[in-house]
Design a protein around this ligand. Structure first.
Ligand SMILES: Nc1ncnc2c1ncn2[C@@H]1O[C@H](COP(=O)(O)OP(=O)(O)OP(=O)(O)O)[C@@H](O)[C@H]1O
Length: 611
């Protein structure tokens, strides 16, 4: 990986202020999703916010009444404080109500945020699964996924910011009405003091987003370095090869570059922000002097002075909050747009009608002039493959590393489509079948199977997760793959947690993992079995046992085995030898041994090793 240069935001990366506003368009869709997360909580939250929006102006108004009433009573000979105490009681009630509402708002904000972030994470998982392997292997896709995945917390903040914004607007309108009633000029002063600071904020927020966006792939690299540098799975190699320094330095260099760019931006934003803030403070005191002057000249009362200065101060804070929140909202909305972009990535349209998959395979598979290159790759991996795999036949794929064996399997399973040519099943193009129903007919184990840090039971059941509680089926699958031997020696038997990530987890040896993973292929009564190097980690005896069971079990089944062990390969009915993406030989073991080509050569080579 070339080391990225310290980079600033390029022209094409730049997000303009206009883009920030445009991104706000995704907010209604966002609220629809929140509403779906919990209509009740959402209603409770908005209702409380609506009530809370009016409390400031009411409290200020009652405060004015209290002061005017005190001044009035002081000037009277015959004093009556009953109205005064009623006002005090009302203000007390309002203060308590405002506190209670604030707490309910916080609580529902938190709960809604949790529900929404769970729902959106689940959506991302589901969406990822809808995408094709080509999309999954595309780095651009990964950047999108990264942005959608990592910004969950920003989306949760967006919710509370946007709702607070609505609350603030209502609150401000009520305060503005009061100000306009007494001194409309104050509103003009207010607006002029705030606007420059708002423009400044919004400009910096789009800069910050642009920076984060242009650094998506570097942040992915940082995550990757953090992962390999501090992880129990890589620890062995890191220690052995003394890689800590290499990884730490690489991480340090990259993160420092990002830190400096970010720092530069933050410092500039802070300096400009402070300058514009001073402008706001000057205007506040200007307004204050103006109000005092109006009291001294007898135009307004002392109570009105407290109401107006209180309202002005609150409005200024509210407006400032409104604008800062606006920039935060528009920044989060840009990330939100990334999330929706990811969720909206087009997936190939499901056909309205599929050809039904044959109940029982009669003829088998036929590859007709199949060519294939991986998306985004120049190299043609398969070059004109023609062969037939008969129904019920056991075929082995043989060939040197990189010959294209696993790629053939991926095409049969429709992870990719041939760039040229077709694959037929009983004479029907396999792309005519519903892909999920089609894959259901296979029992498969890949050489790079995944080690789920789940229980042993679940690790086997992932082959057919609907049967996770079907003890009979799991026991059967385990006995076929020799995973029963692993279950028997585990402290918690079938419920044993595997891996070291979680409490009471038990790590397995390479061969033990392989036995467990192999059981997945037996978790359904599949028509076609595909085992891609299923025994590479097994000892000689275990390999022999596994195949003996496999052959017995798949008597009538169509099956494909990929193996580099010729003792296994020779058990197949026919052997397909691949070389550089082409079929070099196809025949029984005996037939291939008669022709002095690659198979015979490799077989002799391995046999010699055993002598
Ligand atoms: N996802 C991928 N994207 C691009 N190229 C790939 C991808 N997977 C494999 N290749 C390339 O395709 C070629 C064939 O790979 P394949 O995995 O089919 O070989 P194989 O015969 O199964 O090898 P092995 O015996 O080592 O498992 C290789 O040159 C490999 O580099």
């Amino acid at each position: 990986m070339p080391r990225p240069q310290l980079k600033s935001i390029t022209e094409s990366d730049k997000t303009s202020v206009k883009d920030s506003f445009k991104a706000l368009r995704s907010i209604p869709r966002f609220f629809k999703e929140i509403w779906r997360a919990s209509p009740k909580l959402f209603l409770a939250n908005t209702l409380c916010r609506l009530l809370n929006a009016f409390t400031p102006v009411i409290i200020l108004w009652v405060g004015k009444l209290i002061i005017d009433e005190i001044l009035l009573q002081i000037s009277l000979e015959d004093q009556d404080f009953s109205l005064l105490w009623t006002y005090v009681l009302i203000e007390f009630g309002m203060a308590v109500l405002s506190d209670v509402l604030g707490r309910i708002i916080n609580l529902t904000d938190g709960l809604l945020g949790d529900l929404y972030s769970n729902a959106s994470s689940e959506k991302i998982i589901r969406k990822t699964n809808e995408l094709t392997m080509s999309q999954l292997e595309d780095p651009e896709f990964y950047d999108k996924l990264e942005r959608a995945r990592t910004q969950t917390s920003s989306r949760v903040n967006l919710m509370s910011n946007a709702l607070t914004q609505a609350e603030t607007i209502i609150s401000m309108v009520s305060l503005i009405v009061g100000l306009i009633y007494f001194e409309p000029i104050l509103i003009v002063i207010l607006i002029f003091s705030i606007i420059p600071s708002f423009i400044n904020e919004i400009k910096f927020s789009s800069h910050r987003y642009s920076l984060a966006r242009s650094w998506t792939s570097e942040r992915r690299e940082l995550d990757y370095l953090r992962y390999i540098g501090a992880n129990n799975q890589t620890a062995k190699e890191i220690k052995l090869f003394g890689l800590t320094d290499f990884i730490a330095k690489r991480f340090g260099k990259l993160s420092e570059d990002y830190y400096h760019l970010n720092k530069k931006l933050s410092v500039r934003q802070s300096i400009y922000g402070s300058l514009f803030n001073i402008l706001g403070t000057i205007s506040y005191y200007g307004a204050y002097v103006f109000i005092i002057y109006r009291v001294l000249t007898g135009v307004i009362s002392v109570g009105e002075l407290t109401f107006l200065s209180g309202s002005f101060n609150r409005l200024r804070n509210n407006l400032q909050g409104f604008f800062t929140r606006f920039t935060r909202i528009s920044e989060s909305a840009l990330y939100l747009q990334d999330y929706f972009d990811f969720i909206d990535i087009a997936v190939s349209e499901a056909k309205s009608e599929y050809t039904p998959i044959p109940e029982k395979i009669q003829v088998g598979f036929e590859f007709v002039n199949v060519h294939f290159a991986y998306p985004g790759s120049e190299e043609t991996v398969l070059k004109g493959i023609d062969f037939k795999l008969k129904a019920g036949e056991k075929m082995a794929f043989v060939g040197q590393n990189g010959a294209g064996k696993t790629t053939l399997i991926k095409l049969i399973l429709r992870f990719y489509e041939p760039t040229e040519g077709t694959i037929l099943l009983d004479g029907i193009n396999i792309t005519d079948f519903d892909v999920e129903a089609y894959r259901q007919r296979f029992g498969v184990i890949f050489q790079d199977f995944f080690k789920y840090e789940f229980s042993l039971r679940e690790n086997i059941a992932v082959g057919n997760i609907a049967e996770v509680q079907n003890d009979e089926m799991i026991t059967y699958a385990a006995s076929k793959s020799l995973a029963d031997e692993v279950i028997n020696i585990m402290q918690d038997g079938i419920e044993q947690q595997l891996g070291r990530r979680f409490a009471k987890g038990q790590e397995l040896s390479g061969g033990q993992w392989q036995k467990v993973a192999l059981a997945r292929a037996y978790m359904k009564d599949a028509d076609i079995m595909i085992l891609d190097e299923p025994t590479s980690a097994l000892d000689a005896q275990a390999e022999y046992d596994v195949f003996e069971r496999f052959i017995g079990l798949t008597d009538q089944k169509t099956s494909i085995i990929i193996s580099h062990r010729f003792s296994t390969v020779r058990m197949a009915d026919r052997i397909l030898v691949l070389e550089h993406g082409k079929v070099l030989e196809l025949g029984t073991h005996e037939q291939l041994m008669e022709t002095p080509k690659l198979y015979a050569k490799l077989f002799e080579l391995q046999a010699a090793g055993y002598q």
